[in-house]
Design a binder for this molecule. Structure first.
Ligand SMILES: [Ca+2]
Ligand SMILES: [Ca+2]
Length: 464
């Protein structure tokens, strides 16, 4: 049962006595999972934007393994998170868009979410902010012992810079303390400073830089609006692209709309401000960990649910199968994990669940479809022998290896990019005769018999 945030702190009054040395040695590690919503590679440790300031996450990357080629399962919030928490690919669970919650997907009835699995193995589970898009409601309530609070921040009463909807942005509110994301980070830090009777699994979901891009003025002031670099978005990039599923991408503004109605530079500025705010929240959480008794026995995993376009390929936000949309930060740090070296192997957010089960030495969960990254945590050059598959909408897939991206859309159209020479994916090589064999080899990994789409909460007639 979820406790209210007030009772969280009362809970800390009943703390375990100090452990003896033997007990401490045999106790499995704690897990601190931090996920950040819609954070792309605009972080110092991935080098995606020359001006971005993310000192806290950069330090964490230096202290653990920085997976520089990590990708989501689905480039949109809900199914991406369902895949991380269930350990199943979208082509197995059938959620490809925002509609269905974990609880409403029949194929997941027997698949414990990662929090429930760890709880079943004796862990205390704490969670706050945006972890599952639809929350831990219904039967998933039991997966979480302690609720650490909500996420996001307030919105101004009047629009500031964008005509209505979710895409407004600007300096608001006045202080960090008014932001639920910051209060959540403080609550997590408080909990991390405590001793816990059992090993804990804490998941904290920071909502910014997700739109609306409102954070206090001081985060905007970190950047010189007139000097920040804008993304590379040449119109000529579109000439070698198939039409793919453009008509479905009407949720977010197009680059033409941004140019017409808005302020591209201002929105890039706002995103950078929100990223630095999120970084401060991460720093607040990690400071709590470093000041408490759990710092030497806690595995930290930091990730984002997908990437984010800010005009590249004339696109905004997510849902595409290009690098900007599928690539996410992923850092794993903690006891026994060597420091500093990045791993260039293509890895999936699907790997988080089996990796944590492995690192905590828990019994294998037979459902999991990702791979443990223990080999890459031991040696960043260790190969991950299968490529990563990202899926957007039914039957559109991207296959990512260390050096290549191959995209096959439901209508048969293809794209192929060589990341050794073309990290911006400007040149589509799919029709080049030199690459026929490579394309065929990559196409062998395309999922077969993808699960039909579970579309809405009501597909089971109960919407639970
Ligand atoms: Ca998201
Ligand atoms: Ca192009």
């Amino acid at each position: 049962m979820i406790k209210s945030i007030q009772s969280v702190f009362l809970g800390f009054l009943f703390l375990a006595p100090l452990q003896g040395a033997d007990e401490k040695a045999s106790r499995p590690p704690n897990v601190l999972m931090i996920c950040i919503d819609d954070l792309n590679d605009w972080v110092g440790f991935l080098g995606g934007h020359p001006d971005v300031k993310t000192p806290h996450m950069d330090l964490l990357a230096k202290q653990g393994r920085n997976f520089t080629n990590a990708h989501c399962v689905v480039p949109v919030c809900s199914p991406s998170r369902v895949s991380v928490m269930s350990g199943l690919h979208a082509t197995t669970h059938g959620s490809y868009d925002l509609g269905p919650s974990y609880q409403s997907i029949q194929r997941l009835d027997d698949v414990p979410c990662i929090q429930a699995y760890f709880k079943g193995q004796g862990y205390r589970t704490l969670s706050g902010g945006k972890i599952l898009h639809h929350g831990f409601t219904g039967y998933l309530k039991d997966a979480i012992d302690v609720n650490l609070g909500g996420h996001g921040g307030p919105r101004p009463k009047k629009q500031m810079n964008w005509p209505g909807g979710a895409w407004d942005w600007g300096p608001f509110p006045e202080s960090d303390e008014e932001m639920a994301d910051y209060r959540l980070a403080k609550n997590a830090a408080t909990a991390l400073k405590q001793k816990h009777e059992k090993p804990f699994f804490m998941s904290v979901g920071i909502f910014r830089p997700h739109v609306p891009m409102f954070v206090p003025q001081k985060w905007f002031d970190l950047y010189d609006r007139d000097k920040i670099a804008l993304p590379k978005a040449p119109l000529s990039d579109l000439t070698d692209l198939p039409p793919n599923f453009n008509r479905r991408l009407n949720i977010e503004p197009t680059q033409a709309e941004v140019r017409e109605k808005g302020d591209w530079r201002g929105m890039v500025h706002a995103y950078l401000a929100c990223v630095s705010f999120a970084d401060m929240c991460v720093g607040t959480i990690l400071e709590g960990l470093s000041e408490g008794p759990n710092k030497d026995n806690t595995i930290i995993v930091l990730w984002s649910d997908h990437g984010f376009h800010l005009g590249e390929k004339q696109h905004w936000a997510k849902r595409t199968l290009w690098e900007e949309s599928t690539r996410t930060p992923m850092i794993i740090a903690g006891p026994g994990i060597s420091r500093g070296k990045g791993c260039r192997e293509a890895v999936s957010l699907l790997d988080i669940y089996p990796t944590l089960v492995d690192l905590c030495d828990l019994p294998k969960n037979k459902h999991l479809e990702g791979l443990s990254l223990s080999p890459q945590l031991n040696d960043p050059l260790a190969p991950r022998k299968v490529p990563v598959i990202s899926t957007s909408y039914y039957e559109n897939h991207a296959i990512r290896t260390k050096d290549w991206r191959y995209i096959r859309y439901a209508d048969g159209a293809e794209e192929l990019y060589d990341h050794r020479k073309d990290p911006d994916e400007f040149t589509n090589l799919a029709k080049h005769p030199d690459h026929l064999e490579r394309k065929q080899a990559l196409a062998k990994w395309l999922p077969k018999n993808a699960a039909p789409e579970v579309k809405t909460l009501d597909d089971r007639g109960q919407g639970k």
